[in-house]
Design a protein around this ligand. Sequence first.
Ligand SMILES: [Zn+2]
Length: 207
Amino acid sequence: MERSEALVLTVGVNAAEVEGQLASGELECPWCGGVLARWGWAQARVLRGSGGPVRVRPRRGRCGRCGVTHVLLPVFALARRVDLVEVIGAALAAKAAGAGARSIAAACGRPVDTVRGWLRRFGSRAGLVRAFFIGLLVEVGVDPVPPAPAPSVFADAVAAVAGAAVAALSRWPGIGEVPPWWLACAASGGRLLAPGWPEKLINTSSL
Ligand SMILES: [Zn+2]
């Protein structure tokens, strides 16, 4: 039976580069490893960055092997979230540092219920997120040093994300200044706050 539901695949920020990768068969289906080919465009959408609205019209790719279509989201966007990962990541970091939902909401200009939703989802699987990013840190780090224990599991998970970003930079200095939350987005396949946490879905090549 042919699968056809759309999934999300995290790709680079540069649209021309993504076109080239699709044209030359460099993008792999995370589902089966087949080659993705161009398959039209997903619906245009307006996302919210820290500096204002960001318009994106993601490419769609279709796997030649299993037939699944993937929405190719740039690495700054999370699946099913209107706010960019830089905004959500800053909120998670503020919570880890002890801030409450109200002050975080005021600081980032988002409704407090929205912020509570991010914190709740991240907090509900902070242990898994921590384990995932510590694993990534150890796997890619040149001389990996796991972060010291933080006062909460939530803060431990945020520290693991930051630690994995440092480790990635030590392995691939050429990637330059990549925001840590972009790495979190790429490594989780955009699912940092989506239902279901990927057990094994590392896509650091899109950095
Ligand atoms: Zn496939």
